[in-house]
Design a binder for this molecule. Structure first.
Ligand code: PMP
Length: 357
């Protein structure tokens, strides 16, 4: 017998079930369940990755100076306040490690990204779920949920899995309404898909209580390499820098991300493709009686009559080689989240949903 037990909260974490890219016995499978870029990364990023492979015996840069410099240049930010992570998942984890422990509360929204809850629990903090209004982040509900124990508030904008967004004015109202012991985290994993949106960078510059997180996994097509970054006030970034291990991002990932962010032409092509096929897919699903909110990200949250219909459609899509995401775990049992693929994938999804309905 063993008496080895994990910390309280750890066993409340649900194991990740997504990620499958195959359906046994089905050929020509397309994975549309993880919001990946169907067009892949830029050629320049692939070339940088290849070149980095000649130096795999060396540890990566520990200060990420080249990548931070490129991000700072492209976005007009202060490189000293950029921190790179092994995906933005790791920045979320650093924030919880540094700011939220036992007895502390971490606020996330009703249909918020799952890593907020996981990272809070992993550090002994208590996740607090706040209702949304019609699947949109509700600033007043968040402000009402804040207590003296609240340390962090996480908002993804656009949000995953709803695809909805709150305006800059609302975010500013939230930031200004929070007591001074609370840090607001603006997760901009899908920010690049919103034409003209800075992910909250300007708000970060104006305030001492906002951190923005970003990723190379979505528009830049580098999900497999795991690179993300955070930007915030110096007092917060100095704390996060102490939590980060020196070699947390691999050399190949650093090199590919730097090339990717400089290839603005490829990024623009991917954004345009997403905007075009997202609109097409939403309309095609609507014609088959499947509604969705206007999505600003690279996926659509398709709404069915009930859980049984959503799950039956998911099973049918799978049998047709189309892997989408059940979002029951996000309190959306009657919905399926479908990544916007390329033209061929979108046409296949629309056709299959039509057959099913
Ligand atoms: N935030 C949101 C809202 C996401 O949807 C995701 C990826 N699914 C992430 C963060 C994490 O992305 P990554 O770790 O690949 O940067």
């Amino acid at each position: 017998m063993s008496n080895i037990t994990p910390q309280p909260g750890i066993l409340d974490i649900t194991l990740y079930q997504g990620g499958a890219a195959h359906v046994p016995g089905v050929a020509n499978v397309v994975k549309l369940s993880s919001n990946e870029n169907p067009f892949g990364p830029s050629e320049a990023a692939k070339e940088a990755f290849r070149k980095a492979s000649y130096h795999l015996h060396r540890y990566p840069s520990s200060d990420h100076a080249a990548l931070r410099g490129a991000i700072a240049e492209v976005h007009g930010l202060d490189p000293e306040r950029i921190l790179c992570g092994n995906g933005s998942d790791e920045i979320i984890a650093f924030l919880c490690q540094a700011y939220a422990g036992p007895g502390d509360e971490v606020i996330h929204t009703e249909h918020g990204f799952g890593m907020y809850r996981i990272s809070a629990l992993a550090n002994g903090a208590t996740p607090v779920e706040v209702p949304e209004r019609e699947r949109v982040t509700d600033v007043d509900a968040i402000l009402a949920a804040v207590t003296p124990a609240t340390k962090l508030v996480f908002i993804a904008n656009p949000n995953n899995p709803t695809g909805t967004m709150v305006g800059e004015g609302e975010i500013a109202r939230l930031a200004d309404g929070l007591p001074d012991h609370v840090l607001l985290v603006l997760d901009g994993a899908y920010a690049e898909y919103v034409e003209g949106y800075d992910g909250g960078a300007a708000l970060v510059e104006q305030r001492a209580n906002i951190v923005m997180t970003r990723t190379f996994s979505k528009l830049y097509g580098l999900g497999g390499l795991r690179v993300g970054w955070g930007y915030g006030p110096a007092h917060v970034m100095n704390v996060l820098a102490r939590v980060r291990g020196p070699f947390n991002v691999s050399s190949a990932a650093l090199a590919a991300a730097e090339a990717a962010i400089r290839d603005t032409e490829w990024a623009e092509k991917c954004r345009e493709g997403n905007t075009r096929w997202r609109a097409w897919l939403a309309e095609a699903l609507g014609e088959h009686g499947v509604s969705s909110d206007t999505s600003l990200a690279n996926f659509i949250l398709a709404r069915f009559a009930d859980q049984a219909e959503a799950e039956a459609c998911d099973d049918y899509l799978k049998s047709e080689g189309l892997i989408v995401r059940r979002v029951g775990g996000y309190n959306l049992p009657n919905c399926l989240r479908i990544t916007v693929g390329d033209e061929a994938s979108c046409r296949r999804v629309a056709h299959a949903v039509g057959q099913f309905m």
